[in-house]
Design a protein around this ligand. Structure first.
Ligand code: HPA
Ligand code: ZN
Length: 388
């Protein structure tokens, strides 16, 4: 790739809207926390073979599909026990984000899984929240989105003993902390759990006045994107790739300026099915639909999803810069495409109108400065410009 475009992407101020904080837990930190807390991380679901090192854990980050990833992701989370562990995980992510010029981030957390692991809702929430406050001091603003796990029921059957809290119980806990929770989402295995299952809890969640969103059209068909709009009445769609299978839906999303938070490395590493009829998988970033989405006028943007798990070929974490660089390279994106992606993220974020204006101005000023620099390079030649 052109060095100027690479540098433009690296230094560009970025907004992240789709990040599972537990998916930012790097293998080294997961392993360290597990050792500290006396937790064994297992290679298999049956919990018979332990991972011996962080390297071994990292080597296991090879997935054929969403479910294989989720199985390991939930096991990785079991290393988190104390409020400080949640703080340390979140701070590690924010430090990395800041180093990549992410200036605002909207992150998900999965309290139902932590509660299943015996961790109080407040332990997870307070640790993450404290780090987000410190992150703001570092210059990274944020929103915290509580996700419902779609493999758990909206309301648990009565009289059945269980370790988990259902979605309604979790929403009740969240309602006690609306000063720290900025919205509600829906994640985990998608295909077997259509949006309609969560109609009532979303209706209740919307009464808080906070924005709601849902993963849709990642593993599920385009109808799930439609149902997330019609039944859950979402303010943003996470992923949304399969909207491309229905022209009328695409037009509706364009007309409604609906945000789609697209995650390229996630799609690649999970062998995203691009065509259900022929079972065609996304196995090369060159097949990624993000350019097509932009050309159709969709408000799509680029995010990292689970950066510690969805890594580059060189083994680096797949954070924001890695995702932008990968699609820019594979799809030959122009600088205008890159700026459109960054602008779409600002526009479809849950920042206040004033904050959005400030971020847009910051992006415009950055682009103009890059123009001036490029003109100078063209005049004096690359070598001299670099050493100036
Ligand atoms: N998809 C669905 N649920 C998730 C993901 C994902 O990529 N990451 C964490 N939970
Ligand atoms: Zn996700």
């Amino acid at each position: 790739m052109d060095n100027a475009l690479r540098k433009f992407i690296e230094d560009m101020p970025k907004v992240e809207l789709h990040l599972h904080i537990e998916g930012s837990l790097e293998p080294e930190l997961a392993f360290k926390l597990a050792q500290k807390n006396g937790v064994t991380l297992y290679k298999d679901k049956e919990k018979t073979i332990p991972f011996e090192s962080a390297e071994e854990l990292k080597a296991a980050y090879k997935f054929d599909n969403l479910q294989e990833f989720l199985d390991l992701y939930y096991r990785g989370m079991s290393s988190l026990k104390t409020e400080q562990d949640f703080y340390d995980m979140t701070m590690a992510y924010l430090t990395k984000a800041k180093s990549q010029n992410v200036t605002h981030t909207e992150i998900f957390f999965d309290p139902q899984q932590h509660m299943e692991n015996g961790i109080a809702f407040e332990t997870a929430l307070n640790g993450i929240h404290r780090a987000l406050k410190d992150g703001e001091e570092m210059g990274v603003t944020s929103k915290l989105i509580m996700s419902f796990l779609r493999h758990l029921p909206e309301t648990a059957p009565e009289g059945v003993e269980r370790a988990y809290k259902d979605a309604f119980e979790t929403l009740e806990l969240a309602k006690q902390h609306l000063d720290k929770i900025d919205g509600f989402g829906l994640d985990s295995s998608e295909a077997p759990f259509p949006p309609a299952i969560f109609e009532r809890v979303y209706e209740e969640a919307r009464k808080t006045g906070k924005p709601v969103m849902a993963h849709a059209g990642e593993e599920g068909p385009w109808e799930y994107v439609r149902d997330a709009l019609d039944i859950l009445k979402v303010d943003r769609i996470d992923h949304g790739n399969h909207c491309l299978d229905n022209e009328a839906l695409v037009q509706r999303l364009v007309d409604e300026k609906m945000g789609l938070t697209v995650c390229p490395y996630s799609n690649l590493r999970l062998n995203h099915t691009t065509d259900f009829a022929t079972d065609t998988k996304l196995t090369d970033m060159k097949q990624h639909p993000i350019k097509k989405m932009l050309d159709l006028g969709l408000k799509a943007s680029i995010h990292s999803d689970d950066p510690a798990y969805f890594r580059t070929d060189e083994g680096k974490g797949g954070y924001m810069t890695e995702n932008y660089l990968a699609v820019a390279e594979a799809l030959n994106l122009s600088r205008d495409d890159i700026v459109t992606l960054a602008r779409n993220a600002i526009e479809t974020s849950f920042m206040s109108p004033e904050q959005k204006t400030a971020k847009t101005q910051e992006l415009d000023a950055y682009t103009q400065r890059a123009d001036v620099f490029q003109k100078y390079v063209n005049q004096v030649g690359g070598e001299q410009a670099r050493t100036a």
